[in-house]
Each structure stands twice: as structure tokens, then as C-alpha cells.
Design a protein around this ligand. Structure first.
Ligand code: C2O
Ligand code: CU
Length: 452
């Protein structure tokens, strides 16, 4: 691509670990300036005591070796979201490993099979631990990354802060759990509320957007920048699509390649829209032009080595009906083998069910032979949207005419929506399927599949 500047890779934190050698990833209590400068620093939980944790950046196919050391007051694990990982490294307490007690450690060691934008977070009491700041980016570089002037990872979070900028402690609120989850009152990017990054007119940027909030769904637009979606949930689109009205549900990622079109001495913005209001959540002051014109449309990113979906007619059918929550019709559900009324269920901290069962079961939702194509019909019979996440695999949404959507690991489902997804179950092990609105997962919306 003639005329493109050198690839300038800007890490989101000074501590970046590269491949091979084992690095320690220490979860601990820390302090961070989450709120504006005139507020006190906030006590957070973070990897290496920071929000976000250190970005981990490796090349596709490299080994990631991280010794997780738990210096938190609670047991924890690390889940590598979106990585088609060896099941033993997936970080799910009681399913793939024992929770790491305070003072203990666990060595994560896996190969990164797919290039793209991924992230990591705990999987024990996730609704509390992530709300306190435990998350970080895992960036897996293409062998030949697209040429951009700047490569930025934006971890978008939604905090619930008190007036003195502490993290509000009402983690177990049934009001949140049975409604839209824990929604906050303060949006940050990379741990700060005033994200600003200086750019140049006609500069080309790769923006890796990651929604790390507990439950907030973002609708995003760019002003003064124009470009394309090149990947979703880490996986390249076959053809780049115009970047407009981006929906980013909890845990989802979007990779953009954009060009700065705003004039020098003005500002470009990333804008979040909610209820007819627009909020600039990131500002990009624009300097003098880096080149005479914007660059040509980017090529698609190279595909990752993911098996093609098999014949849908002979695929293994799995059905999942989602029920419960506020304003739902669910009368009750099974919990640990006993049938409870809705009122009794709520008394146990549960509000949702999959196929009439709340929370995890001893037996999987489905047992699948390794290599089989699965077609799952999912019916959202609740009054709420949900961000459904499958571990260890990427899937495609199947349209009514059987055409296949892009690869994803997290799918936003609207209230009342019925849809199908298909994937090749080629990764043996025990894999969670759950809502990534963390309060929903904690109060019933969690099940698992067994492959192999
Ligand atoms: Cu992002 Cu079950 O995880
Ligand atoms: Cu949900």
C-alpha cells in the first residue's frame, strides 16, 4: 500500500508482554483515577493493580504463558475470551479448573490460534470482579498486519461510582439481576473518563473496540473519522463494511480501520448514543495532514483457520429457550434438581432459566461428537436483550434462508427474538454458553456443552 506510514503500534499500557517467556499476571487491589481529576482516586481490583490490566500482545500462533497470581481477597480465575483454547486453560471454576484461592497461583499456557482482538477477565464472581476493574486486552497480531499509522485498543467500561468516586458496593442487587444488569453512571475508556488521543488529518487508525462493561449495550458512531468494520469478535469480515451505528454488546469487539477526515485544529469523536442523547466518549484532536489524501479502502483481513460449517440438514439440533426476569411470564424453574416458584427462585438469587432450569447442571445441555456441526435454535422469551457467549468456538448466525452471518463469539439477542446459530464443535471439552450480562449469568443464564 504505497504512501502508508510505518506501522506504529501504541500499547494501551506501558507494560506489554511479548510471547514465549512466562510473565506474571498479578491480580491485586490498586488505585486508579477513574473519575475526573477533582475526585479522589478509586480503589479498584486490577491485573497488576491497574485498570485496564497490562495488554498482552503476541503474534498469531505464539504461545501465551501467564502465571496468574491471586493477591485479591477472593478466589479468581482468568478466562481468555474468544480464544479457541485448550479446555484446561479456559478458566471456568469447577468446570475446567479449581478456582485460584487468595495467595495461590495458576499457570496459563496456550497457543493463540486466531489473529484478532480478544480480552481476558475473571470467571469467578465475575459480576463483582469485573465491576471492580479486572480485565485486559489480548491482542493477537496478524503475520502481516494491515498498514495503519496507529493501532489503538479502546476498552469501554461502565462503572457504578458513588459520590466520592468509590465503586458502589451493591453487587448482589436483585433489582439489577432481574432487570438489565448492573448499569453504571460513568463511562471510561482504558480506565479514564477523558480519553483523548492526538491524531493527524488523513491519518489511518485501527481502532479495536472492546465492551468490557458488566451489562451496558453501546451504540457507537464516529464523527470526523470515516472507515470500515474489518472484524467482529476477533474474526475478520469477508468484506469490510462501512462503520456506522455500531452495536457493541457486553464482551463484543469490533475492529475498525478508519481515516481521519476532520480538518486540522478540530476534533474527531467516538460518540455513544443512548435514548436520543449523544455522548462523546473519546476525543481525537486533529493535527496537520499526514498526507494529501486518505488512503484507499483497506483489503479484508486474512481469515483465521476456522472449520467451515458442515451440512445444516444433518447438523445436530440443540434447542435453548431463555425465560425469566422482570416482566417475564416464567412461573418458576428447576434449581439443583428441585422445582421452585418464581418467588422462591428469586429468594435464592436466581431470576432466569434456560429450558426451565436455572444455573449450571451436572449434565450438559448437549453432548456433541467432536467435529460435528451443531445448529442451535435460541428463543429469547424474556423482556430483555441478552448477549449470548459460547466458549471455545466461534459460531455464525443462520438466517431464515439459511445464509450464514459473520463469525462471532457473542450474539446480541433482542427481546422476543428467535434465531439460529451454527458452529463446528471441533474443540473437545466442557464449554460454557451463557449471557455475558454478568448479573444475568449469575442469576440463572448459564449452561454448558460437552464436546468429544
Ligand atoms: Cu467473557 Cu464466560 O466469558
Ligand atoms: Cu442476559
Amino acid at each position: 500500500m504505497a504512501g502508508a506510514g510505518a506501522v506504529l503500534t501504541t500499547g494501551i499500557s506501558p507494560h506489554i508482554s511479548y510471547g514465549a517467556a512466562t510473565t506474571e499476571l498479578i491480580a491485586s487491589v490498586g488505585k486508579a483515577q477513574i473519575a475526573p481529576e477533582n475526585y479522589p482516586a478509586t480503589e479498584i481490583w486490577g491485573y497488576d493493580g491497574q485498570v485496564p490490566g497490562p495488554a498482552i500482545r503476541v503474534k498469531q500462533g505464539d504461545r501465551v504463558r501467564q502465571k496468574f497470581v491471586n493477591k485479591l481477597p477472593q478466589a479468581s480465575t482468568v478466562h481468555w475470551h474468544g480464544i479457541r483454547i485448550d479446555n484446561r486453560m479456559d478458566g471456568v471454576p469447577d468446570l475446567t479448573q479449581k478456582s485460584v484461592a487468595p495467595g495461590d497461583s495458576f499457570e496459563y499456557d496456550f497457543k493463540a490460534p486466531d489473529a484478532g482482538t480478544y480480552w481476558f477477565h475473571p470467571h469467578n464472581k465475575t459480576w463483582e470482579q469485573m465491576a471492580r476493574g479486572l480485565y485486559g486486552a489480548l491482542i493477537i497480531e496478524e503475520p502481516n498486519p494491515p498498514q495503519v499509522d496507529d493501532d489503538l485498543t479502546l476498552l469501554i467500561d461502565d462503572w457504578r461510582l458513588t459520590d466520592d468516586a468509590s465503586i458502589a458496593g451493591n453487587f448482589g442487587s436483585m433489582m439489577d439481576w432481574s432487570h438489565g444488569g448492573r448499569l453504571g453512571n460513568w463511562i471510561t475508556i482504558n480506565g479514564g473518563g477523558n480519553f483523548t488521543h492526538v491524531v493527524k488529518r488523513h491519518q489511518r487508525l485501527r481502532l479495536r473496540l472492546v465492551n468490557v462493561s458488566n451489562s451496558r449495550i453501546f451504540t457507537l458512531n464516529l464523527t470526523g473519522m470515516d472507515g470500515w468494520i474489518v472484524a467482529m469478535d476477533g474474526q475478520p469480515l469477508l468484506q469490510p463494511e462501512k462503520a456506522k451505528n455500531l452495536t457493541l454488546a457486553p464482551a463484543q469487539r469490533i475492529d475498525l480501520i478508519v481515516d481521519v477526515t476532520a480538518d486540522a485544529k478540530t476534533e474527531a469523536f467516538l460518540v455513544s448514543s443512548e435514548r436520543q442523547k449523544n455522548y462523546a466518549i473519546a476525543a481525537f484532536p486533529v493535527g496537520a495532514a499526514i498526507r494529501g489524501n486518505i488512503l484507499a479502502k483497506p483489503e479484508p483481513l486474512p481469515e483465521n483457520p476456522i472449520a467451515a460449517i458442515g451440512n445444516l440438514k444433518s447438523a445436530k439440533p440443540v434447542n435453548l429457550t431463555m425465560e425469566g426476569g422482570a416482566m417475564g411470564r416464567m412461573g418458576g424453574a428447576i434449581l439443583n434438581g428441585a422445582h421452585l416458584t418464581m418467588r422462591e427462585l428469586v429468594g435464592t438469587g436466581n431470576a432466569w432459566a434456560f429450558n426451565g432450569v436455572a444455573g449450571m447442571t451436572d449434565t450438559p445441555l448437549a453432548s456433541i461428537e467432536a467435529g460435528q456441526t451443531v445448529i442451535m435454535t435460541i428463543a429469547n422469551e424474556t423482556s430483555w436483550p441478552h448477549a449470548m457467549h459460547l466458549h471455545g468456538h466461534h459460531f455464525r448466525q443462520v438466517a431464515k434462508n439459511n445464509s450464514l452471518g459473520p463469525l462471532r463469539d457473542t450474539l446480541l439477542m433482542q427481546r422476543g427474538e428467535i434465531t439460529k446459530i451454527a458452529f463446528v464443535a471441533d474443540n473437545p471439552g466442557k464449554w460454557l454458553f451463557h449471557c455475558h450480562m454478568l448479573e444475568h449469568a449469575a442469576s440463572g443464564m448459564m449452561t454448558w456443552l460437552e464436546v468429544g
